[in-house]
Design a protein around this ligand. Structure first.
Ligand SMILES: NC(=O)C1=CN([C@@H]2O[C@H](COP(=O)(O)OP(=O)(O)OC[C@H]3O[C@@H](n4cnc5c(N)ncnc54)[C@H](OP(=O)(O)O)[C@@H]3O)[C@@H](O)[C@H]2O)[C@@H](O)CC1
Ligand SMILES: Nc1ncnc2c1ncn2[C@@H]1O[C@H](COP(=O)(O)OP(=O)(O)O)[C@@H](O)[C@H]1O
Ligand SMILES: [K+]
Length: 579
């Protein structure tokens, strides 16, 4: 399923109208009908299943603000909806929806945010048709026009769509605030008015809908928070714009959920296996994760890699930590790495010089950790030669580095050596991302030619990588991920609700699975293990990352449903159990 920007939507609209020849009026007619259908669905759910239809004797007309309360009372024993319409084509959709609702037998009023004379083009034509149908139109263009909200059963928000720019002006803002305050269910046309269609950021006045009918395609803002939350339940209504047009125009962003995963990713999400295969068919991955105080991170990552379907999984650990791995799953192999007493000898001369400067990290391992910066005798990861790890990875189908690794002096230079010498596909997560974030010259790190690299930051780690506040990243997650992936030639998985997977070639997958129960320590370690498993099974890096994110969220959803305590009681290990 494609996800478009306002600009892309305008281009697709124009191509459909001008090149294919479907008149704008037809598109708007289809949009209006789809919005009306959603209102009928909402009314049916609220009204106990009769579609909210008024009695056959009713002419479907609302009594308008000017009518007596007695008449109003009788008309409003059943559904009566208010359509808030703006000046543009979103408003035109509203007029078309109002007419379809009246035709279906509901009572309906339109409240227009501009004087009717300001309507233009197809929106004006739809308003004229609605008027001839007898749809009452109230002038709400002057701020403070009293609308009697208590008269209505629900609201259609057709104030602003993809043509909106900046915060809603008056009287739009006042109408939005009053609509929200009314407590009535709101069905939004295309996007909730007040939401940025491209980023999902919301203005101070923004419609809080129970459902949104996205016209033709999802808009980016509908699949990013907070916009996704303001939109409520989103359905996509075909209005005549062909999907092939989006493909032809190379719309780069796709939405991945249970219905769309196979088509969006171009692979079988269930990964059915050919009969004549063996464990060698499914890769041997290396998981470099865990330390004295965070051994669980290694267990979770490696455990997820096993459940992800890898033929073999090896867990790389400093040899001195091997006893901590004694309770690992029996299927998990251990790859102990010898520790050297002279860690700086593992660095190139340049790296050793850089390493003499004090670390800038805010992240120090626990004091009891053998790889703590405060440790006098180098041990743990600090004492593992980076080239030894890279050498071990050479015969593996993919490597994950980072979860629970801890931090130590000169670790950025250590990671650089791993980064530059690891030839197999690489997933970089957690502490390894924080090490990279402290490099002053990260852009100059040279990965071996052609090696796929996947970075899996949560917004905090992304903020460190970019040196900008987390809030700024969250305001435009898709844009941020696209720019980073292109600039650094990596697959970038920006985690969180509606995780964004951006590929270096500009393609993007937005994830539709997962739940807030997954905001629990170790859930990211599970994801990283799952992704490296898929990568090691030979999937292209972008698809391995996006499929991993999708399967991880789906497992989290199943796990949350199974927990008697609900999502809040979810543990990272529960996600592995559902993979
Ligand atoms: N053929 C098609 O294209 C189809 C389009 N479709 C529908 O059209 C929608 C896009 O329509 P659109 O482009 O007319 O823009 P839309 O969002 O209705 O409003 C823009 C108007 O509002 C105004 N305005 C802007 N910012 C504002 C603000 N902050 N605060 C207040 N006012 C503001 C601005 O006016 P002005 O700035 O000139 O006053 C402008 O006139 C799309 O989402 C879909 O629903 C479907 O029917 C399918 C066919
Ligand atoms: N509200 C949410 N909705 C969907 N997924 C979420 C939500 N919160 C967290 N997750 C997912 O859970 C994982 C948490 O990862 P991360 O923050 O790295 O945890 P940790 O570092 O503790 O392992 C990510 O995959 C993230 O996308
Ligand atoms: K709207």
């Amino acid at each position: 399923m494609f996800v478009v920007t306002s600009e892309e939507m305008r281009r697709l609209d124009r191509l459909t109208i001008e090149d294919i020849g479907i008149p704008a009026m037809v598109l708007m007619e289809n949009a209006g009908r789809a919005i009306a259908q959603e209102v009928l669905r909402v009314a049916a759910v609220r009204g106990g299943g009769d579609g909210g239809l008024v009695s056959a004797e009713s002419d479907g007309r609302s009594q308008g603000v000017e009518h007596s309360s007695n008449a109003v009372d009788s008309a409003h024993r059943r559904e009566c909806w208010l359509v808030l319409a703006g000046k543009g084509n979103n408003g035109g959709d509203g007029f078309a929806a109002a007419r379809h609702l009246m035709e279906a037998g509901l009572a309906v009023d339109v409240a227009l945010a501009v004087p009717a004379a300001e309507l233009e083009g197809v929106a004006a034509a739809q308003a004229a048709i609605a008027a001839r149908f007898g749809v009452p139109c109230l002038d709400a263009s002057a701020s403070g026009v009293p609308l009697r909200w208590e008269r209505y059963s629900g609201i259609v928000d057709a104030l602003l769509g993809t043509g909106a720019a900046g915060p809603p002006r008056e009287p739009y803002a006042a109408l939005i605030r009053a609509a929200n305050a009314s407590g009535l269910p709101i069905v939004a046309a295309d996007i909730p008015s007040g939401m940025d269609a491209d980023t999902g950021a919301v203005h101070a006045a923004c419609i809080r809908a129970i459902s949104t009918v996205a016209l033709a395609f999802l808009k980016r803002g509908l699949v990013q928070h907070p916009g996704a939350e303001y939109a409520g339940q989103v359905t996509v209504a075909p209005i005549g714009i062909p999907t092939s047009l989006a493909r032809g125009e190379n719309v780069p962003v796709r939405y991945v959920n249970a219905q769309t995963a196979a088509a969006a990713l171009g692979i079988d999400p269930h990964r059915s296996r050919a009969a004549d295969t063996h464990k060698g068919t499914y890769g041997h991955v290396l998981v470099a994760a865990g330390s004295a105080s965070m051994i669980g991170a290694g267990l979770l990552s490696a455990g997820a890699a096993l459940r992800g379907g890898s033929g073999l999984v090896s867990w790389a650990l400093p040899a001195s930590l091997s006893p901590l791995a004694v309770n690992r799953p029996p299927e998990l192999m251990l790859a102990p790495l010898a520790e050297s007493p002279l860690p700086s000898h593992h660095l190139t001369p340049d790296q050793a010089a850089a390493a003499t400067s004090p670390p800038r990290s805010r992240f120090t391992a626990a004091a009891d950790s053998p790889d703590s910066r405060s440790s006098a005798v180098p041990a743990g990861w600090a004492a593992v030669p980076p080239q030894a790890l890279a050498g071990l990875a050479a015969s593996r189908s993919a490597m994950l580095i980072g979860p629970g690794l801890g931090r130590w002096a000169c670790d950025t230079a250590w990671l650089r050596r791993v980064w530059e010498e690891t030839r197999c596909p690489l997933v970089v997560d957690a502490d390894a991302l924080n090490m990279a974030a402290e490099a002053t010259d990260f852009s100059a790190w040279k990965a071996p030619e052609g090696r796929p690299t996947i970075l899996t930051p949560h917004p905090g780690e992304m903020s460190r990588l970019l040196g900008i506040p987390t809030a700024q990243i969250q305001q435009d997650r898709i844009g941020t991920a696209i720019r980073y992936a292109k600039e650094h030639g990596v697959v970038l998985v920006l985690k969180g609700a509606c995780t964004v997977t951006a590929l270096p070639d500009g393609r993007v997958y937005i994830n539709g699975t997962g739940n807030p129960g997954m905001a629990t320590g170790g859930a990211g370690d599970v994801l990283a293990g799952l992704i490296v498993s898929l990568l090691g099974q030979g999937l292209p890096a972008g698809e391995a990352a996006a499929l991993g994110v999708y399967l991880h969220g789906a497992a989290g959803d199943r796990a949350a449903q199974l927990r008697p305590g609900g999502p809040a009681s979810l543990l990272a290990g529960d996600i592995i159990a559902q993979l």
